[in-house]
Design a protein around this ligand. Sequence first.
Ligand code: FE
Ligand code: FE
Ligand code: ZN
Length: 277
Amino acid sequence: MIYIGCHLSVTEGYEAMGKQMCSFGGNTFAWFTRNPRGGRTKAIIPEDAQALMNIANRENFGKLVAHGSYTMNLCSSKPETRANGLEMLRADLEKMELLPDNLYNFHPGSHTGLGAEAGIELIAQALNQALWSDMKTTVLLETMAGKGSEVGKSFEELRQIIDRVKCSDKLGICFDTCHVWDSGYDIVNDLDGVLKQFDEIIGLERLKAVHFNDSKNVCGSHKDRHEKLGAGQIGLDALKRIALHTALQGRPFILETPNDDEGYIQEIALVREWIKE
Ligand code: FE
Ligand code: FE
Ligand code: ZN
């Protein structure tokens, strides 16, 4: 089986998100560790974090998947942006220790003109400064669509980041179906082939979470526009094959589709229907 959920807002705290996901019918979720524009975050209250862990244990949740801020760019050409990003990453990972054994995913970054190779090096340098050997969180690099100067648009680029990180046992990948498709991997007609490539280049054991999205655009478009399940170019048949694929069982699947609460509840119910068939 897989675990299914969506993004929630942390405004009411952590226990509140656990309760909300139960009411949505899901058994995992994601949240942005700070508002998408970056900036300060509320302190995490240990009792609130523990209350969420109690819900997650009791309800047999899959791993939770925190999402770093979009403004965090570890490979910007601007040193102050990189320094700021490293500070965010460190603060986020420190907070995650109160939610032990969960996942933290982030966008590797955009090299803003430095070139992919320099970007890869800078991302690895930042990770080498932020990760520590007995941390309890697994940090996930997200597969990217390749819009603009995004790093992480191919399995090879992600592998190169992993290879340069000392605590690489703390690293994994978040497989975003919209991004992978937009970056040119044909998960509609050749899912087995794409997962085989992933396995050969990175290793499927590193694939720790899935962002489960349809795409508004065609394979290889490098656009990154998410769509509701079944309303885009990937389509329901292919999405269902992904959710049921043996290589992806046990992973948290996070919806990042353009939906309101009711839409998420329906998509969660749809996926749960597939997995119990
Ligand atoms: Fe993302
Ligand atoms: Fe994503
Ligand atoms: Zn996206």
